[in-house]
Write a new protein. Structure first.
Length: 318
């Protein structure tokens, strides 16, 4: 693609612990091309950076308006410095935006994946046309982003929007962040798998979940629960309903704090739970003081596995 053809486009870069995904995105949020390359997350800082450069170089031909980067936090979105992400041990206090900017001589912005995905959904996706947006991606973990009037809400230090670490049970299990009873430790994918395995403490409990795991309780995962639910399994439905109830309690807190005019949910677990969205909505008024909470739309995100690419692009698509 020539420079003239890419002049109004941006590059979205999604950096994870094992891969770097790069996409060329147009002004309407359409991903025109994309590539994926391996990430060198456990080597030197320069090796990690070279992996990012290699992925960008595979699509970059000059002429793009900017490069937006999704990277795991914690990071400083104002300076573009990656602080100390557990999934990217190669980088500590690493000036990622500055290094990318110096190579490609275009504007570069860096933010965490949930913030950026929230912005992409607001500009181009399921939250288009809304002013006050709360976005949650529910998968292996739970990440959230807040967008007010088209801008990410970062807070004073850049760390706002860590909704996955809102506790709903201070007697609950210890989350990876060190707090007790965070919604992430209770309702993300690993928690669904653990809840399912606990059900099989009763040796007489029968379910398609166990059949899909070849009879091995230790092999039961959230994916197996989802597959069993799709086949009509009663236990799988029970487990997902319990998860939806936990999310309802959590979202009740979110509504009381933010009063958003839309809630957008993305990620693999959210897709699995989408049949329960109506029950979450109808249950919200019991868990918040806002009597009109059930009027807030709860919708599935537009961008699926490409949320990081779209999110990175949205950061630069002013």
């Amino acid at each position: 693609m020539s420079q003239d053809q890419t002049r109004n486009n941006v590059l979205g870069v999604d950096i994870g612990g094992t891969k770097v995904a790069v996409g060329l995105v147009d002004r309407e949020g359409k991903i025109l091309q994309q590539v994926r390359k391996p990430m060198q997350a456990k080597g030197s800082p320069e090796a990690g950076l070279q992996a990012v450069f290699e992925a960008i170089d595979s699509l970059y031909s000059g002429g793009v308006q900017g490069i937006g980067v999704c990277a795991p936090g914690p990071l400083d979105p104002h300076s573009g410095v990656v602080l100390n992400p557990p999934n990217l041990p190669c980088w500590r206090d690493f000036p990622l935006a500055e290094r990318i900017r110096s190579k490609y001589s275009v504007p570069v912005k860096v933010d965490n994946d949930a913030n950026a995905a929230a912005l992409a959904e607001t500009r181009w996706g399921a939250a288009r046309g809304y002013r006050y947006v709360f976005y949650a991606t529910v998968g292996t973990g739970i990440g959230t982003g807040i967008v007010f009037d088209g801008r990410i809400y970062h807070g004073k230090t850049g760390s706002a929007g860590e909704g996955g670490h809102v506790s709903i049970d201070y007697h609950g299990p210890v989350c990876g962040c060190g707090k007790f009873g965070c919604i992430e430790i209770l309702a993300a994918g690993p928690a669904i798998g653990a809840r399912a395995r606990a059900k099989f403490a009763d040796p007489f409990r029968k379910s398609a979940i166990l059949d899909l795991a070849n009879g091995e309780v230790s092999a039961v995962t959230s994916e197996r629960v989802g597959q069993a639910y799709a086949s009509g399994d009663a236990l799988a439905r029970e487990i997902l309903q319990e998860t939806a109830e936990l999310l309802t309690i959590w979202l009740g807190n979110i509504v009381d704090i933010l009063d958003p005019d839309v809630i957008v949910m993305g990620g693999g677990v959210a897709a699995m739970l989408s049949p329960f969205f109506d029950s979450i909505k109808t249950g919200l008024p019991a868990w918040c003081v806002n009597p009109r909470a059930s009027e807030i739309p709860l919708v599935m995100a537009h961008y699926g596995p490409d949320a990081g690419i779209a999110g990175g692009a949205a950061l630069c698509a002013e």
